[in-house]
Design a binder for this molecule. Structure first.
Ligand SMILES: C[S@@+](CC[C@H](N)C(=O)[O-])C[C@H]1O[C@@H](n2cnc3c(N)ncnc32)[C@H](O)[C@@H]1O
Length: 280
């Protein structure tokens, strides 16, 4: 049974990095008129109210989007992320944090398509309400990892698969790699963005090793840590592993990530990583 609710964490430092990278990939796909397909394997409820009891329980957003929202002199690399946030908060106050389904929908054009998956029985109802009736989007109450494989390759022959699990089950670390390998075999030209938390560094090392030893090619990693690794305080860092990233992504992140680490870091031990895990 699933117990994870992303509403407790929406807008935290991990969401900031995840959604910045997602938006950069979507902007790249929008540069061509040719339609694209987007598959979100772990959609969540779609959007989050930052004044809800969930968000206010630990106020994780305060050390994420909360620190950036009022900031002047943001680096250029953050402009499109903040613009998306402004679209959902038109009165200048930060109340709503869009989840990946709404962020992706923001970029969809008439002929683009989006497949959303969510397994949690409460979250799927919320997601259906948020998405409503949109002929470009299909919402499925199903296992996103299993279903996404069967959707590939998409008829558009271009697109992104976002994989954003909660890693409630430790075997998820291996499952995501096995699934990525199956997806890549069916659609080697696709872009894949895998989010990961750093809770026990050893698990991340195993994940990276499994990717390096696989058939996957052209893999980059972007990580933001707000404090040094520890096994005592839960998630201290998180990252996105991107297969077939837009060519300019790494350069853009070279400008953005150091600033984000300095701005969101807690105690001077913050870190960031930009690495090529597997070359082209
Ligand atoms: C980290 S949250 C997703 C957040 C969302 N992607 C965003 O950026 O706003 C992970 C979600 O995946 C759901 N989930 C867990 N396992 C799943 C699976 N196998 N298939 C689909 N959804 C799943 C959980 O219920 C949870 O809502």
């Amino acid at each position: 049974m699933l117990s994870y609710r992303h509403s407790f964490h929406a807008g935290n430092f991990a969401d900031v990095l995840k959604h910045i990278v997602l938006i950069k990939i979507l902007e790249h796909l929008c540069k061509k008129d040719k339609p694209f397909c987007c598959i979100d394997t772990h959609a969540g409820p779609g959007k989050y109210q930052l004044n809800s009891d969930f968000a206010l329980k630990n106020k994780e957003f305060e050390n994420g989007i909360g620190r950036l929202w009022q900031q002047e002199d943001l680096p250029d690399g953050l402009a499109s992320y903040i613009n998306v946030l402004k679209h959902f908060n038109t009165k200048g106050q930060l109340n709503c944090y869009p989840g990946s389904p709404l962020i992706i929908r923001h970029f969809l054009r008439n002929r683009d398509r989006l497949f959303l998956h969510e397994l949690h029985s409460t979250e799927i109802d919320l997601l259906n309400t948020v998405i409503g009736n949109d002929r470009r989007i299909k919402v499925a109450h199903s296992d996103g990892l299993k279903n996404a494989v069967s959707l590939l390759p998409p008829v558009q022959h271009r697109g992104i698969v976002l994989i954003d699990p909660s890693y409630e089950i430790k075997s998820d670390y291996q499952l995501v790699v096995d699934t990525l390998i199956q997806m890549y075999k069916r659609f080697p030209a696709g872009t894949y963005a895998l989010w990961y938390p750093v809770v026990e560094r050893q698990r991340n090392q195993q994940l990276e090793q499994a990717i390096k030893a696989s058939s996957l090619k052209n893999v980059q990693l972007f990580e933001l840590g707000i404090t040094a690794d520890t096994q005592e305080h839960g998630m201290t860092a998180s990252g996105m592993i991107v297969i077939n990233p837009p060519w300019a992504l790494a350069t853009e992140m070279q400008h953005t990530l150091p600033w984000l680490a300095r701005t969101l870091g807690l105690d001077g031990t913050e870190l960031y990583r930009i690495e090529t895990l597997v070359s082209e």
